[in-house]
Design a protein around this ligand. Structure first.
Ligand SMILES: Nc1nc2c(ncn2[C@@H]2O[C@H](COP(=O)(O)OP(=O)(O)OP(=O)(O)O)[C@@H](O)[C@H]2O)c(=O)[nH]1
Ligand SMILES: [Zn+2]
Length: 212
């Protein structure tokens, strides 16, 4: 666990999960207070009807969008590891990603494709998207998000290899700045068997194939 758990009361974490509908009221009030000032700085009137609850809504939204700090991805994986004699590639593709760039605090979003080759243990399938979310719901850069997912699976499950490819659009490049609406950034990270051209090519074929 990292040291951001003061978002929450003790006992709210179990196997890396939190109840994200429970907010730390003190922190929400403090963030909301700052957002009221920000609205004023932007030339708005925070007391007008449509904006009265906006600072609180923004504070809650931000807490949700960063709730990954309160999750322990390794604990999530460990919660559903099963001994199994299966040593072929397991691929979970097209996992929706929503994250926020740490430079502008604007969203980046797209898809993650994750594979591993078991080495005695498999993991509950849903845990792969769960750890993608646990790392994505933080302030991120796409490269670190990619590496963190890879490292968590490698270190926790000790598979024969891990592969992660993420494709995202960054709103900081679309609605401001360079204003490129259609550019997509692809990042990748591999360990073990995926260093071999043949294994990596098989993974890339599987994530681009339209099998279903
Ligand atoms: N490598 C990487 N860069 C990112 C990511 N998200 C945003 N950025 C970039 O972070 C950089 C910050 O650059 P700066 O020059 O400090 O900020 P800026 O003046 O707002 O830059 P512009 O976006 O070019 O207007 C920009 O080039 C963004 O495109 C990411 O996930 N990975
Ligand atoms: Zn950005």
């Amino acid at each position: 666990m990292n040291n951001h758990t003061d978002h929450l009361d003790d006992n709210e974490t179990e196997n890396g999960y939190i109840k994200i509908d429970r907010y730390n009221e003190g922190k929400i009030a403090s963030v909301a207070h700052h957002y009221s000032d920000i609205l004023t700085q932007l030339g708005e009137d925070p007391s007008r009807e449509g904006l009265i609850k906006t600072p609180e809504r923004v504070a809650k939204a931000l807490q949700y969008l960063t709730h990954g700090y309160d999750l322990d991805p390794a604990a999530i994986l460990k919660g559903a590891m099963f001994k199994e004699d299966y040593s072929q590639m397991v691929v979970v593709k097209d996992i929706e990603v929503f994250s926020m760039c740490e430079h502008h605090m604007l969203p980046f979003f797209g898809k993650a494709h994750v594979a591993y080759i078991p080495n005695g243990h498999i993991v509950g399938l849903s845990k792969i998207p769960r750890i993608v979310d646990a790392f994505a719901r933080r302030l991120q850069v796409q490269e670190r998000l990619t590496n963190e997912i890879r490292d968590c699976i490698q270190e926790t499950l000790n598979p024969a290899g891990v592969a992660v490819v993420i494709e995202c659009k960054h709103l900081c490049m679309a609605m401001r700045g360079i204003q490129k609406q259609n550019s997509v950034t692809t990042t990748s990270a591999f360990t073990g068997e995926f260093a071999k051209d043949k294994t990596r090519a098989e993974f890339l074929r599987l994530i681009t194939a339209n099998l279903h």
